[in-house]
Write a protein that binds this ligand. Structure first.
Ligand code: XMP
Ligand code: MG
Length: 180
């Protein structure tokens, strides 16, 4: 285990099983369709890669980079587009893929944007849900795991751009944040 990690919340094995299970479920839900999978960079990258490979359906991939966090662990409450999609959204069945829903600000911004762009349907799949962090009312259609109101890292999630490559989700030792 990485030396900066205090505890593992969700193991590599649990994530693998969950991706398989959710991938099979989404395969059924999108049968006969050609969804546009929208990965929210950078955090959703590992999850997107695993869940889409568990989906046995034709689909298209694109990426969006929005930021609502600086280098800090608290939301600034602002969402801005860093990288937009290359694909036209109008008439498409969108599957938004996220690493975590915390305040919900990022996703509610994206859902509004894609509605404005006339998507045919919008579904949200998130690896993690932190319901206690919610500031706006938004729910994912598909949730991997619920996590407590703690800052988590790994499997896409970072602290100051580190730890995204850990194969599990965990909590950092307080000393890493300069606490103790
Ligand atoms: P909101 O608050 O808009 O958050 O729902 C969405 C984005 O915030 C980041 N986020 C976290 N990143 N550990 C992280 O590494 C966390 O515990 C955490 N909570 C929120 C994340 O990028 C997410 O897409
Ligand atoms: Mg994110």
């Amino acid at each position: 285990m990485n030396n900066d990690i205090e505890k593992v919340l969700i193991s590599e094995e649990e994530i693998k099983q969950k991706c398989q299970e959710l991938g099979e479920r989404l395969t059924k839900e999108y049968e006969g369709k050609f969804p546009l999978a929208v990965g929210v960079l950078k955090g959703a990258m590992p999850f997107m890669s695993d869940i889409l490979r568990a989906m046995d359906t034709h689909l298209e991939m694109d990426f969006m980079d929005v930021s609502s966090y600086g280098g800090e662990t608290r939301s600034s409450g602002e969402v801005k587009i860093v990288k937009d999609l290359d694909t036209k959204v109008e008439g498409r069945d969108l599957l938004i893929i996220e690493d975590i829903i915390d305040s919900g600000l990022t996703l509610s911004y994206l859902v509004d944007l894609f509605k404005y762009r006339k998507a045919n349907s919008i579904k949200i799949v998130t690896l993690l849900d932190k319901p206690e962090g919610r500031k706006v009312d938004i729910k994912a259609d598909v949730v991997g795991f619920h996590v407590p109101n703690e800052f988590v890292v790994g499997y896409g999630l970072d602290y100051k751009e580190r730890y995204r490559n850990l194969p599990y989700v965990g909590v950092l030792k307080p000393k890493i944040y300069g606490g103790e």
